[in-house]
Design a protein around this ligand. Sequence first.
Ligand code: AMP
Length: 112
Amino acid sequence: MDCLFCKIIAGEIPSTKVYEDDEILAFRDIAPQAPAHILVIPKEHIGGVDELTEENSFVVAHIFAKIAEIARKEGLADGYRVVSNVGEHGCQSVRHLHFHILGGKQLNGSMV
Ligand code: AMP
């Protein structure tokens, strides 16, 4: 499958890893939009939030538990934002489920 993030998981494309286990990978965004900008992805290929089901969504609970851990380790005690863009209107550019962790500065209050 021609998926950029599957290639990162396979080690075919380099990444700066922040956390990894059997189910998920976290790595630094190549074009950071905040001082801390980390992507957290499942190793199983799921296209986006719109492909989550009762069968595959268990990994999202694991991702969010690790997001809290990662944010603590990154020193984001003052807060941060977790974002998942979905599809064309959501400006999703990589069709592999991912959650952005954005922080390290005061973020804009506007969501769009
Ligand atoms: P989205 O636009 O929500 O689909 O987010 C995709 C994110 O992947 C963007 O923030 C990109 O900067 C990031 N990205 C694209 N290629 C790479 C890469 N090779 N390594 C790390 N992050 C990447």
